[in-house]
Write a protein that binds this ligand. Structure first.
Ligand SMILES: [Zn+2]
Length: 108
C-alpha cells in the first residue's frame, strides 16, 4: 500500500440531491453481476448515491499491475522516467476501462 492512500476526507456537495455539503470518508463497494464492482459514496443527508467508478476484472488487473509498477519507483536503480511513463500508460488504460464499464452499465 502506498503511504499516499486516499483516506482523508473529501468535501463534496450533494448537487444531484439536497444540495447540502458533506464529507466523503472513504468509498463503499458493491458487487454487481458480471464480476463488476461499483465504488460509490452516499450523501448522509438525503442518501443520494454517487458512483465514483466501476471496475471489472480487466480494470482490477490493471490496478494490481499499476501498484506493482509504482513499487518499482522506490528502487533508485530503476529507470524512473521509463517507469513513470509505464504508470501513465496504465493509468490511461484504467481510465478507458472504467469509462467502458460505466458506459455498459449506465447505457443499459
Ligand atoms: Zn444529499
Amino acid at each position: 500500500m502506498s503511504p499516499k492512500s486516499n483516506n482523508k476526507a473529501m468535501p463534496a456537495i450533494c448537487n444531484e440531491g439536497c444540495n447540502k455539503q458533506f464529507e466523503v470518508n472513504g468509498f463503499q463497494t458493491a458487487r454487481l453481476p458480471g464480476a463488476i464492482e461499483k465504488t460509490y459514496f452516499i450523501c448522509p443527508h438525503c442518501k443520494h448515491e454517487y458512483v465514483a467508478f466501476y471496475t471489472d476484472l480487466e480494470v482490477r488487473e490493471l490496478q494490481a499491475k499499476i501498484r506493482l509498477v509504482q513499487t518499482k519507483l522506490q528502487n533508485p536503480r530503476v529507470d524512473q522516467a521509463a517507469t513513470l511513463k509505464q504508470v501513465k500508460d496504465i493509468q490511461a488504460q484504467i481510465k478507458a476501462g472504467m469509462d467502458r464499464v460505466r458506459a455498459n452499465i449506465e447505457g443499459g
